[in-house]
Design a protein around this ligand. Structure first.
Ligand code: F6R
Length: 609
C-alpha cells in the first residue's frame, strides 16, 4: 500500500526519492508526490497515476534539493486526486504518512476552530496542521511532531520536514513500519528497505512510539516517552537483483521461476541441521512447542491457504488439532482461547494489519505461545511473536504471491515435523524420509516448472472465459483455492474453488460447456474419488483441465485435457501442484493483457482494514 522515502544529504536527493518511490511501486498505489526544502521554501509536486508522471513533472519544474520526502498513496480517506496525494503541507511543514488516523474528524474540527483551512479530504492533512500548531507555539520540529502524535489515535508512519529547519527530517511510527537508513554523511527514512537499498544497507527499525531526529551527520531516536534510546543497527540482506526484473517480463514470472531456489534456501537450515529441530524456530522454542495441545493458524489470502494446507499435515503427522481462520474474522469474534495452543501467524509481508491485529487479539486472550512464519525480516508480525521462522523467498514484488506461498508451505511442513518429533510421534525412519523429500523438493518444483509450454497452450483456451471452477480434495483442496485466487486476481476471470466431493451439493449447477473446470488430481489416496467427481462434470458437458501425476491413469478425450507432473512426490505434493496453477493464472492473464504485477484495486501489503 502506501510507501515512504525521505533523504537528507550533501547531494541532490531528488533522484534518490524518485528511485525509492519506483522501488515502492510494487506495493500498490494510485498517486505519488515529493516535497523538497529548497532554500527557505518547501516545493512539492504530486500526480495521480504512475511515479514516472510525477517524475516528469518534477524534472520540468527543475526540482533539486538536499532534503526531501516522497510518497506513494493508495487511497483510503478521500478519492484518487492530486489534492489528496501526499506530501501535505501546512505553512512550510511538509509531511508524508502511511496508516490511518482514527480521530481525524475531531482533530479537524479543533483545527478548523483554530483557523486552519483544509484543502484535502485526507486524515493526513490534519497531522500537518497539528504539527504546525505546535510550531506556532514555539516548539522545534522534533518536539512539535512528538506533541502532535500524542494527540493521534490510529496508525502512522511519518516523515516530516520544515522550511524553518532545513537541516533535519523527523520520522515517527506507531503501527506502521518505518526505518532509518544510515549512509556516509547522508541519512534516509523509508517504510520498506527496498526504497533505499541502492543508497545503504545499514538500517535502524523504529519501534512502536519512536521518533527519530535525522540530520546529515546524526540520527537520534526517542521512545514514546521522549527518552533517548539506542536501537540496533541491522545490515539488510535484500539484494538489488531481487528488486530488478532481469530477463523476465514480469516480477510474477520471475518469482514463479525462482521457486526452486527459494524453496532450496528455505530448507537450507533444516538440511544443515540434518534433522527437524526446535532450534530452527528461535531460542527456547523447544519449551514453547513441546507441550502444545493444538495449533491455531491466523492469516489472510494466499497465506491463509498455506495455513489450510498445513492443517492436513499437522493433524495427520503431529496428531494434534489444528484450526485455521481468516485473521480479519478471528479478530472480531469471541474466540475461546486455550493458552496451551500454539498461535501461528503466516504473512509474506509481516505487516498485514488484519493478521497483526488478530495476533494482538490472540495475545490478549492469553495466548503466549506465538509463532510467525514470515518473509520479511524484522517486520511487525515476527517482532510481535515469541518464535519465528523466516522463509527465504527473497523480496516478492509481484502483487500475486507465488514463491512466498511455496516457501510458507515448506516452513509449515518443517513446523509440523518438529512438533511431531517433540511429541514422540515421528519415528526416525519417517523423519529421514521426510528430510529426503524436502531435499528433493527444489528438483520436483523445477520439473513442475518445465510443464510451462503445455500450460501456455491451455491458457489460450482460458483467456476468453468469464468463469472457471477449481476442484481438489484433501490436502490439495487448498491448492485449488489458491489456483482460483491467482486466476481471479490477475486475469479478472471469476474463479471459485470447491472440494471435489462438494460439487454435487450445489456448484454442479454451474457446469456447462462454457465453464472450464480445473482439477488438481495427484496420485494420492483420494485419486479414485476425484475421478468419480470428474465423471459428474463430464456427464454435464463440462470441459476439464486436469493436473495429474505421470503415474495416475487418466484417459484424455476432447472434453478432458491432462497435464502430468513427472511423478507423485508424496506428502509434499501440494507444494509441487501449486506451480502449475500459478503458471496457468500467469499465462491466462498475459493472454488477456492485464497488468500482471499490479492488478487493479490491489496492493501488495495490506496495511489497512
Ligand atoms: C494473493 C495475495 C494476498 C496475500 C494477503 C496476505 O496473491 O498475495 O492474498 O496473501 O494479502 O498478505 P501477507 O502474506 O503479506 O500477510
Amino acid at each position: 500500500m502506501c510507501g515512504i522515502v525521505g533523504a537528507i544529504a550533501d547531494r541532490d536527493v531528488v533522484p534518490v526519492l524518485i528511485d525509492g518511490l519506483k522501488r515502492l511501486e510494487y506495493r500498490g498505489y494510485d498517486s505519488a508526490g515529493i516535497a523538497v526544502v529548497d532554500g527557505d521554501d518547501v516545493r512539492r509536486v504530486r500526480r495521480t497515476g504512475r511515479v514516472a508522471e510525477m517524475e516528469a513533472a518534477a524534472a520540468q519544474e527543475g526540482f533539486n534539493a538536499t532534503l526531501g520526502i516522497g510518497h506513494t498513496r493508495w487511497a483510503t480517506h478521500g478519492g484518487v486526486t492530486e489534492t489528496n496525494a501526499h506530501p501535505h503541507v501546512s505553512h512550510g511543514v511538509a509531511l508524508v504518512h502511511n496508516g490511518i488516523i482514527e480521530n481525524h474528524e475531531q482533530q479537524r474540527e479543533k483545527l478548523r476552530a483554530m483557523g486552519y483551512e483544509f484543502e484535502s479530504q485526507t486524515d493526513t492533512e490534519v497531522i500537518a496542521h497539528l504539527i504546525h500548531s505546535f510550531l506556532a507555539q514555539g516548539a522545534d520540529l522534533l518536539s512539535a511532531v512528538q506533541q502532535a502524535v500524542r494527540e493521534l489515535h490510529g496508525a502512522y508512519a511519518l516523515a516530516v520536514v520544515s522550511r524553518k529547519e532545513p537541516g533535519r527530517m523527523i520520522a515517527a511510527r506507531m503501527g506502521c513500519p518505518l526505518l532509518v537508513g544510515l549512509g556516509d554523511g547522508e541519512n534516509f527514512v523509508a517504510s520498506d528497505v527496498s526504497a533505499i537499498v541502492q543508497a545503504t544497507r545499514r538500517v535502524i527499525f523504529l519501534e512502536e512510539g519512536d521518533t527519530a531526529d535525522v540530520t546529515r551527520a546524526s540520527v537520534a531516536v526517542y521512545d514514546g516517552n521522549g527518552e533517548a534510546v539506542q536501537r540496533d543497527v541491522h545490515i539488510s540482506d535484500v539484494s538489488l537483483a531481487s528488486l530488478e526484473l532481469g530477463p523476465y517480463r514480469h516480477f510474477m514470472q520471475k518469482e514463479i521461476h525462482e521457486q526452486p531456489r527459494a524453496v532450496g534456501d528455505t530448507i537450507e537450515a533444516v538440511m544443515d541441521n540434518g534433522a527437524f529441530s526446535a532450534s530452527l524456530f528461535g531460542e527456547g522454542a523447544a519449551d514453547v512447542l513441546r507441550d502444545v495441545e493444538g495449533v491455531q493458524i491466523l492469516a489472510c489470502g494466499t497465506s491463509y491457504y498455506a495455513g489450510l494446507t498445513a492443517r492436513y499435515w499437522i493433524e495427520s503427522i503431529a496428531k494434534i488439532p489444528c484450526s485455521v481462520e481468516i485473521a480479519s474474522e478471528y479478530r472480531y469474534r469471541d474466540a475461546v482461547a486455550n493458552p496451551k495452543n500454539l498461535v501461528v501467524t503466516i504473512s509474506q509481508s509481516g505487516e498485514t494489519l488484519d493478521t497483526m491485529e488478530a495476533l494482538k487479539y490472540a495475545k490478549s486472550l492469553g495466548h503466549a505461545k506465538t509463532l510467525s512464519i514470515c518473509n520479511v525480516p524484522e517486520s511487525a508480525i515476527p517482532r510481535a511473536s515469541r518464535l519465528v521462522y523466516y522463509t527465504r523467498a527473497g523480496a516478492e514484488i509481484g502483487v500475486a504471491s507465488t514463491k512466498a506461498f511455496t516457501t510458507q508451505l515448506v516452513a509449515l511442513f518443517t513446523l509440523t515435523c518438529t512438533i511431531a518429533k517433540l511429541r514422540g510421534v515421528l519415528d526416525d525412519a519417517t523423519e529421514a524420509s521426510y528430510l529426503d523429500a524436502l531435499r528433493q523438493l527444489p528438483g520436483s518444483v523445477q520439473h513442475a516448472l518445465n510443464l510451462e509450454p503445455q500450460i501456455v497452450a491451455w491458457s489460450e483456451r482460458f483467456a476468453p472465459k468469464q468463469h472457471a471452477l477449481f476442484l481438489g480434495r484433501g490436502v490439495h483442496y487448498p491448492i485449488a483455492l489458491e489456483g482460483a485466487l491467482k486466476l481471479k486476481e490477475i486475469s479478472y476471470i471469476h474463479a471459485e474453488a470447491y472440494p471435489a466431493g462438494e460439487l454435487k451439493h450445489g456448484p454442479l449447477a454451474l457446469v456447462d460447456e462454457a465453464m472450464p473446470v480445473v482439477v488438481i488430481a495427484p496420485n494420492d489416496a483420494l485419486l479414485e474419488k476425484v475421478k468419480s467427481n470428474i465423471q459428474e462434470v463430464r456427464a454435464r458437458g463440462g470441459e476439464m483441465f486436469v493436473f495429474a501425476d505421470a503415474d495416475s491413469q487418466f484417459g484424455e478425450s476432447e472434453q478432458v485435457h491432462v497435464i502430468r507432473t513427472p511423478r507423485h512426490v508424496g506428502v509434499l505434493s501440494p507444494i509441487v501442484h501449486a506451480i502449475p496453477v500459478q503458471l496457468l493464472a500467469y499465462h491466462a492473464a498475459l493472454a488477456r493483457g492485464t497488468d500482471v504485477d499490479k492488478p487493479r484495486n490491489l496492493a501488495k501489503s495490506v496495511t489497512v482494514e
